[in-house]
Design a binder for this molecule. Structure first.
Ligand code: LLP
Length: 428
C-alpha cells in the first residue's frame, strides 16, 4: 500500500472544482452536501462531462455515434445522448424497453446481441429499430421473416458483425475481436462472406455495413488498424458503405493512466481505410465507457476502520461489490479520495472494502486517504460512470444506490434509491 498526492484532476469530471477549503464540487454542487441530501452510496454524474464527450465523439465520427447503452442506461441518459445527436446501441429487449420508455425513436436505435430471441426481434422490428447487427448466419432468415411480417413496406437495415481475429491487450473477459469468440461471424473461414451473400439475396433486408468490436478498455489503437485491414477486402468486394468499429476506447481509472481520444482513433481508422484503398467508407462508432465513465463518481460513507497488526488499514464503506463489481470481476483498479479534503495529500494508505460477506469485496485494493478521515466521513471513487450501476446487483439484499445528475448548480435525481419494498417486489 502506498501514499499519494491529492486526487489528480484528470480523473475527475469536467466541471470538478476544488474551493479554498479543499471541498470538491461537480456541476456547481458540493459533493459532501449531495451525500447529506441523497444519502450514500450515491452515483453522481456530471451532465456537462457527458455532453462534452458526446460532442467530441460526433465531431471525430460524423458518420454516426451510437452510445453503447450497456455502460449506463436510464431514461435520462438515453434522452441526453440522443438530444446531442447520438444514436443508441441496445443489446437486449430490456435495454430497448428503456429506450422505448424514454421515447427514443426507432430511427435512433441499433439492436445488438449474440442470441437475440424471437420476442426481441419482434419487439425491435415492430418498434421500427433502424439497424440490426447480425451476429450469426441463422439470424438472416429470422430477421427477414419478421421484417416481412411486421413491416412489409420497408427493408430492414442490417450490419454484419465480423470477427477480424485481432487480439487486444485487455482483460480476457472483455476481449471480443479474437477469432475464437462467441460474438460475430468468422472472416477467416468464409462464413462472413456467406452471411453477406445471404443478406444480399433477401428482399426484406438491406445490408448497410460491417461491424466489429475488438474489446473494451483498449489503449493500443493499432488493433483497430489491423482490424480495418482484415475487413477491407469485404468492404471493397461488396461495396459496403459503412464500417462500425464498435466501442473499446480506453479510459484512465488510476493515476498515471492516459485515456485514448476519439480524435486519434478516428485519424488512425480513416488513415487505415485509405491505406487499404477505401475512400468512401463512413466510419461509425459505439462508445460506452468513453462517454460516461469519467462523468461518474460514487460517494460512500466510511463505517468501520480496522488497523491490522500486518499494517493494512481496512476502511469499510456502505456499498461495495453490489455497486461496483469491476474490481472483483476484472481486478480493476480505482482511486479513492475525500471530497471534503480534495486538495490534501492522501498520506494514509488504505484498502477500501465494502459491506458484503466476501473477502473479495474490495473497492480499492491499494488506495490512500488524507490523515483524519474517519467513520462518518464521505469518501469517493472517481471514474465509476460506466459498468458500475449497469452491473450493480442486490447481493446481500443491499438496495441499489440512487443516481443523481448535476449541472449548473442543480442536482436532479434520475434513479431513486431502492427500498426494502423494492427488494420484496418479486416475491409471490
Ligand atoms: N459495442 C459493442 C458491440 C459492445 O459489445 C460494447 C461493449 C461496446 C460497443 C461498448 O464498449 P466500450 O466503449 O464501453 O468499451 N463490463 C465490462 C465491459 C464490457 C463491454 C461489453 N461490450 C467492464 O466493466 O469493463
Amino acid at each position: 500500500l502506498s501514499k499519494r498526492g491529492p486526487i489528480p484532476t484528470e480523473l475527475l469530471p469536467a466541471t470538478a472544482a476544488i474551493d479554498g477549503a479543499g471541498r470538491l464540487s461537480v456541476g456547481g454542487v458540493d459533493l459532501v452536501e449531495l451525500a447529506e441530501e441523497f444519502g450514500t452510496p450515491l452515483f453522481v454524474y456530471d451532465e456537462a462531462d457527458i455532453v462534452m464527450r458526446c460532442r467530441a465523439a460526433l465531431s471525430s465520427f460524423p458518420g454516426g455515434v451510437y452510445y453503447a447503452s450497456k455502460a449506463f442506461l436510464c431514461k435520462h441518459v438515453a434522452r441526453l445522448v440522443t438530444g446531442e445527436g447520438l444514436g443508441l446501441d441496445v443489446a437486449t429487449g430490456g435495454e430497448l424497453a428503456v429506450a422505448q420508455a424514454a421515447g427514443i425513436g426507432g430511427n435512433r436505435l441499433t439492436l445488438h446481441g449474440n442470441n437475440k430471441s424471437e420476442a426481441e426481434l419482434v419487439q425491435a422490428i415492430a418498434y421500427g429499430v433502424d439497424r440490426i447487427v447480425v451476429d450469426d448466419g441463422s439470424e438472416v432468415p429470422r430477421i427477414a421473416a419478421t421484417a416481412a411480417a411486421l413491416s412489409p413496406g420497408r427493408r430492414q437495415k442490417v450490419l454484419v458483425r465480423v470477427t477480424p481475429g485481432v487480439m487486444v491487450d485487455t482483460h480476457r473477459f472483455v476481449m471480443t475481436g479474437q477469432a475464437d469468440s462467441k460474438f460475430g461471424v468468422e472472416i477467416a473461414s468464409g462464413a462472413a462472406e456467406r452471411v453477406i451473400q445471404a443478406i444480399l439475396s433477401e428482399p426484406h433486408l438491406s445490408l448497410v455495413g460491417l461491424h466489429f468490436h475488438l474489446g473494451s478498455q483498449i489503449f493500443d489503437l493499432s488493433a483497430f488498424e489491423v482490424a480495418v485491414s482484415v475487413v477491407a477486402p469485404l468492404l471493397e468486394r461488396y461495396e459496403i458503405g459503412e464500417l462500425s468499429i464498435g466501442g473499446g476506447l480506453g479510459v484512465a481509472y488510476v493515476e498515471g493512466e492516459v485515456g485514448a481520444s476519439f480524435e486519434e482513433l478516428a485519424a488512425r481508422v480513416n488513415a487505415a481505410l485509405k491505406a487499404n484503398g477505401l475512400q468512401d467508407v463512413s466510419v461509425t462508432i459505439e462508445p460506452g465507457r468513453s462517454i460516461v465513465a469519467r462523468a461518474g463518481i460514487t460517494l460512500y460513507r466510511v463505517g468501520v476502520i480496522k488497523e491490522l497488526s500486518t499494517g493494512t488499514r481496512y476502511v469499510a464503506v456502505d456499498g461495495g461489490m453490489s455497486d461496483n463489481p469491476r474490481p472483483v470481476l476484472y481486478g480493476s483498479g480505482y482511486e479513492v479520495f475525500a471530497p471534503g479534503a480534495a486538495a490534501s495529500d492522501r498520506d494514509v494508505p488504505v484498502r477500501l472494502v465494502g459491506k458484503h460477506c466476501e473477502s473479495g469485496d474490495v473497492v480499492v485494493e491499494d488506495g490512500a486517504l488524507p490523515t483524519g478521515i474517519g467513520p462518518g466521513d464521505v469518501v469517493a471513487t472517481p471514474v465509476t460512470g460506466a459498468y458500475g450501476y449497469s452491473m450493480a446487483s442486490n447481493y446481500n439484499k443491499v438496495p441499489r444506490p440512487a443516481v443523481v445528475f448535476v449541472r449548473d448548480g442543480k442536482a436532479r435525481l434520475v434513479l431513486r434509491r431502492e427500498t426494502y419494498d423494492d427488494l420484496m417486489r418479486l416475491e409471490v
